[in-house]
Ligand binder design. Structure first.
Ligand SMILES: NC(=O)c1ccc[n+]([C@@H]2O[C@H](COP(=O)([O-])OP(=O)(O)OC[C@H]3O[C@@H](n4cnc5c(N)ncnc54)[C@H](OP(=O)(O)O)[C@@H]3O)[C@@H](O)[C@H]2O)c1
Length: 245
């Protein structure tokens, strides 16, 4: 008997990195996984891997910074499966740069995806979780969401979701709904590669040849959190590479 047989999970931001690893890990433990992001081809490839391994996956093309798309993403899962047990808010973007080297367009993108995108998905999922009397929401924040960090706006968006998660925990726990925040340090994904060239080079220089975390390390932490008995709410898990200063 695998841990999540009969459970339905939605991973928002599953087309690469931490989200993809999380979807694979959930499916390996028997969960049916809905995988969402903007890059449908990547999702199709991931769904094929999940199905080839005997799992079930539903792909959903969605830009979570758009309220209608984020809402439709959750609705699609509920229409297809009639329940939503776990919502993983993994999607995020970052320009890890000082305030004066971040454009207003970049601020908006980070706020729209890292804060509003997370809130839209939670807003859409909560009524169903309340009806069920159970549910687990996981948010991938960041180590920069807990400690003051020079990447001002990115760090600010992650502080925002970490803070809101703790308030929300106090609001929804009585309904049997749990919420967990994951705060990773540097993880080896496409995240840095997607940054503007000058920012990417600065981040790569800062990280040097330090051994970073792998996406699977973060997925394992999330699976730990959602595997606990219903009475246990794992609030925050912070994971750093051993060598990260
Ligand atoms: N890597 C690190 O060092 C690190 C450290 C701390 C925290 N984090 C956090 O970890 C999370 C995952 O990042 P990662 O490292 O796995 O990087 P990644 O490989 O770049 O993954 C980011 C994911 O977010 C999705 N995404 C971005 N914008 C989206 C949107 N508007 N709508 C839907 N999906 C969207 C991307 O898919 P599409 O582009 O296909 O939409 C992709 O699946 C992020 O929240 C990030 O802030 C990363």
């Amino acid at each position: 008997m695998r841990k999540f047989n009969g459970k339905i999970a939605l991973v928002a931001g599953a087309s690469s990195g931490i989200g993809a690893a999380t979807a694979l890990a959930l499916a390996a433990e028997g969960a049916t996984v809905a995988i969402a992001a903007r890059r449908l081809r990547r999702l199709d490839d991931l769904a094929r891997r999940i199905r080839d391994a005997g799992g079930e996956a539903l792909t959903i093309e969605a830009d979570i910074s758009d309220e209608a798309q984020a809402t439709a993403m959750v609705r699609r899962v509920l229409e297809r499966y009639g329940q939503l047990d776990m919502l993983f808010n993994v999607a995020g973007v970052g320009v890890a740069a000082p305030f004066q080297n971040t454009t207003t367009r970049e601020y908006r993108e980070m706020v729209d995806i890292n804060i509003l995108g997370v809130l839209y998905a939670i807003n859409a999922a909560l009524p169903a979780m309340k009806r069920q009397g159970s549910g687990h929401i996981v948010i991938v924040s960041s180590g920069t969401g807990r400690y003051i960090h020079p990447s001002v706006v990115y760090s600010g968006t992650k502080h925002a979701v970490s803070a809101m998660a703790e308030s929300l925990r106090r609001e929804i726990g009585k309904d049997g709904i749990r919420i967990t925040v994951i705060e990773p340090g540097a993880v080896r994904t496409e995240f840095t590669a997607n940054m503007r060239d000058d920012v990417r080079l600065a981040v790569e220089h800062r990280l040097g040849d330090m051994e970073q975390l792998e996406s699977e390390d973060i997925a394992a932490a999330m699976l730990y959190a959602v595997s606990q008995p219903p009475r246990v709410n794992v609030n925050i898990l912070t994971l750093y590479p051993t060598q990260q200063a």
